[in-house]
Design a protein around this ligand. Structure first.
Ligand SMILES: C[C@H](N)CC(=O)CC(=O)O
Ligand SMILES: [Zn+2]
Length: 304
């Protein structure tokens, strides 16, 4: 496990499938915008970029492998940043739809969500009196959506993507997800070093208080010993607060507009790079170097 001595692996998630165009003019929508945001994040110090795509017309989340291909062509032409493709897509997609890009493009890294859960986005509704597109309100208001990740789904993704040499960013939104991962480790379905992305502050998962972070970290240490790279993703206003705690404890951090639109209380981030600049500056203030993509590949044992 990373210690204060090791460099910090920073992941940036430029667009995601949670936030919508009305919420921020900085949210990348087209393949070109998503690719440029990823390149900006890499130039600012991100070793890994976690990618989703959207409909270029109205920005609604889609999972079209052709759009991912367009993004990858630009990113891989301009940087050696580690590519992490989503298999979560959006909770409104089928599992088949969600995994199609990772299966088609065989990235070195893909996200893997370690349990099914309610997915509450409706608390964001009050902040926006109106939306550019009706689908934005419909998706946020949906209180009947379940983010489906059954053991069968997870094992299928592990098989289909793992057989192609893809390794995983294990998204754990609660301690139960850590136990699911431990079960898969015991059964030899996953191999260390595990890249454990602990997610805080999404309604349906665990909270975003220090105690939640400490409990997830301690549980992961008990279950995985030293054989994992711990990373923290704080949703919304908790992003930098939890990110800096993770860095101060020797962990890694994830930022990006997928997880938070903000760069300070009530201040919209002007770009993904702005969040990467802030978290890397915090790391250096804590005397932590920032890991290069090459170092991240070595520590996560990604394929050559
Ligand atoms: C909280 C994040 N949206 C988790 C995520 O990034 C899931 C995925 O893409 O597979
Ligand atoms: Zn994602």
């Amino acid at each position: 496990m990373a210690t204060r001595a090791t460099s910090a692996i920073i992941t940036c998630a430029p667009t995601g499938a949670i936030h919508t165009p009305t919420m921020s003019p900085a949210l990348p929508v087209t393949p070109e915008q998503i690719a440029q945001a990823a390149l900006g994040a890499a130039a600012a110090g991100a070793a890994i970029v976690h990618l989703h795509v959207r409909d270029p017309q109205d920005g609604h989340p889609v999972q079209d492998p052709a759009l991912f291909k367009d993004v990858l062509a630009i990113v891989q032409d301009g940087s050696d940043v580690v590519i992490n493709l989503t298999t979560g897509g959006s909770p409104h997609m089928s599992v088949d739809e969600r995994i199609a890009p990772a299966v088609a493009l065989a990235p070195e890294l893909a996200s893997l969500n370690m349990g099914s859960m309610n997915f509450g986005l409706f608390p964001m509704l009050d902040r926006y009196p109106s939306f550019q597109h009706e689908w934005e309100r419909e998706r946020l208001a949906d209180k009947d959506v379940v983010f489906k990740n059954t053991y069968a789904d997870i094992e299928r993704i592990l098989k289909l993507c793992g057989d192609q040499g893809t390794r995983f960013e294990f998204e754990c939104y609660d301690t139960s997800h850590l136990y699911n991962l431990a079960n898969m480790l015991d059964r030899g379905l996953v191999r260390p070093p595990l890249f454990v992305q602990t997610v805080f502050g999404l309604l349906g998962g665990t909270g975003a208080d220090f105690e939640d972070l400490a409990h997830m970290r301690r549980t992961a240490q008990r279950l995985f010993g030293d054989d994992f790279e711990w990373s923290v993703l704080g949703a919304g206003s908790s992003q930098m607060r939890l990110g800096v705690i993770a860095l101060s404890l020797g962990g890694n951090a994830r930022v990006g507009l997928e997880d938070s639109l903000w760069d300070g209380p009530g201040r919209l981030a002007e770009s993904n790079a702005a969040q990467v600049e802030r978290i890397t500056a915090l790391a250096r203030l804590l005397h932590r170097d920032v890991a290069t993509p090459e170092e991240a590949r070595r520590r996560l044992d990604l394929r050559d």
